[in-house]
Design a protein around this ligand. Structure first.
Ligand code: HEC
Length: 475
């Protein structure tokens, strides 16, 4: 069976790992296949540039890490690596086959018994100095045009997601006002990203406009990226990187009748030609929560939440990465740092404490129920997923679609994880249900373990704590 761990790959508008941040030369330089092919000189750089965004860290795609010499060899011997990098139908990387020379380099390396280091160091080719001239960004003036976007984006959207070459059958975004000129949505396709999109009224170089802040913590990296609205037609809105412009990355949102389509393109900070990163198409399911929030916060108004009179402050990516191409603020997370500290170190212009009316929930996994040694999917939903007898709401052998469409967030907790803090949550009532997805098909269905749904009342003042020790039912 295919080991697609649909939730194990991480999800963000852009996938960034510090390892791939390096702005490399755009063109691939072919390797001279007549020389000794070694891991350190040839294979490792190709893997760093093409594979590690997905195949590294705790939440590596397909649970496959390719960070070490031994791991790459094991992947060739056991996981069909050579087949996958040459497979037009199911290519690795998922975005399409690498140049033939790069693929042959792997073959030659394998044929020659996986030389680790070569006696002959490769001549260092001179890296061209990469100069980046940011474009002028002309923000849409919402006093004239485009402000209706803030109304349209609100709501709970559920639908299909295309992400990094894969189609996910179910996904959702839940956008609700968190103050008078800001709408916020969490989304989560797995792991512990705590990822969010927040649209707010900002002032960008003297123009009152709509900006997007996107980010979270993913694979141990704190990142937020900022976008500015540069095109607004009645049904189509374009947000571009607030420093590097459209060439670096962009997000387009289209509205149809009760439908929303969100497409994002990224160039990995200018290191590759920009390509589609994700596409979501959803239907507006439940407007009530968004409506309540809008009423509560007198949303939407044109009150400026944050001003950037001179554009975005230039991020500091450290000495190693002198060329900054994007309004993205980053910091390697280590477990001793909390969100506040990370945000400060990343020099993020908006800190988590600047966001009002968001909640946090601390989950502690006891692991002495049916979840021992298993990953846990956490479902936050508007309505309970279990009925009055604490049984999962089902249709045939699956969770009913009606119940599934109540889900607003669904992070996955790794089997070794003992604790996890959900941040950036909406306040108010919701339900939480824990599922162990035994057959790894991403949907609660027959054979999976689960807990009854518990009601939560989240507020922005206290961090609630929940001890998870009630996954005791079988579907
Ligand atoms: C954009 C994310 C992404 C990139 C980049 C990527 N992979 Fe993958 N890879 C996946 C996902 C997701 C899967 C699991 C689904 C599948 O098998 O198609 C996977 C599966 C695999 C598998 C099969 C593992 C198994 O146990 O079945 C191999 C081998 C592999 N990748 C190798 C590579 C190599 C080598 C590269 C770089 C040349 C690479 N991948 C780049 C996402 C990626």
């Amino acid at each position: 069976m295919k080991r697609i761990l649909f939730f194990t790959f991480v999800f963000m508008l852009i996938i960034v790992s510090c390892k791939t941040l390096k702005v490399s030369k755009k063109e691939y330089t072919p390797i001279d296949l007549s020389e000794d092919i070694s891991y350190s000189n040839h294979i490792k750089p190709i893997i760093e540039n093409n594979c590690l965004t997905c195949h590294s860290g705790e939440f590596a795609s397909a649970n496959l890490t390719l960070e070490k010499y031994e791991e790459v060899i094991a992947a060739i011997k056991n996981d069909g690596l050579l087949n996958r990098i040459n497979n037009h139908e199911k290519p690795m990387p998922t975005s399409g086959l690498m140049p033939k020379n790069a693929r042959m380099t792997f073959q030659k390396w394998a044929d020659n018994d996986f030389l680790k280091v070569s006696e002959n160091p490769v001549k260092q080719t001179e890296e061209e100095n990469f100069v980046f001239n940011p474009p002028t960004i002309n923000a849409v003036d919402i006093e004239k045009n485009g402000f209706e976007f803030m109304n349209k984006i609100q709501g709970h959207w559920t639908g299909k997601m295309f992400l990094l070459g894969q189609k996910l059958p179910w996904f959702s975004f839940d956008f609700r006002a968190i103050n008078t000129s800001q709408v916020h949505g969490m989304f989560e396709g797995g792991s512990m990203g705590n990822l969010f999109n927040t649209f707010f009224v900002g002032e960008f170089k003297g123009t009152k406009t709509i900006m997007l802040r996107n980010g979270g913590i993913l694979s141990g990296i704190y990142r937020t990226s900022y976008f500015v609205l540069t095109e607004a037609n009645e049904n189509e809105y374009l947000f571009v990187d607030a420093y590097g412009g459209k060439d670096i990355m962009w997000v387009k949102i289209k509205f149809g009748h009760d439908k929303m389509n969100m497409t994002t393109y990224t160039s990995k900070f200018g290191s590759v030609k920009s390509s589609r990163h994700m596409e979501f198409e959803g239907k507006l399911q439940n407007e009530d929560l968004a409506q309540q929030a809008a009423e509560k916060f007198n949303y939407p108004t044109k009150t400026v939440f944050k001003s950037f009179p001179n554009g975005m402050p230039k991020p500091d990516w450290g000495k190693e990465y002198e060329t900054v191409t994007s309004a993205s603020y980053m910091m390697m997370a280590d477990s001793s740092m909390d969100y506040e500290t990370l945000g400060k170190w990343a020099q993020d212009p908006i800190q988590i404490s600047d966001l009002e009316n968001i909640a946090r929930l601390n989950l502690v996994f006891e692991r002495d129920d049916l979840s021992r040694d298993k990953n846990i999917s956490v479902y936050l939903s508007r309505e309970p997923l279990t009925d009055s007898n604490d049984k999962m709401k089902m249709e045939y052998d699956y969770i009913s679609m009606k119940a599934m469409n109540q889900v607003i967030l669904f992070p996955q907790i790794n089997k070794n994880q003992k604790q996890f803090e959900l941040t950036y949550l909406h306040t108010g009532k919701c339900y939480i249900t824990f599922v162990v997805d035994n057959n790894k098909d991403m949907v609660p269905n027959k054979g999976d373990f689960y807990s009854k749904s518990i009601e939560l009342n989240l507020n922005s003042e206290t961090i609630q704590k929940l001890s998870v020790n009630m996954i005791d039912k079988s579907m």
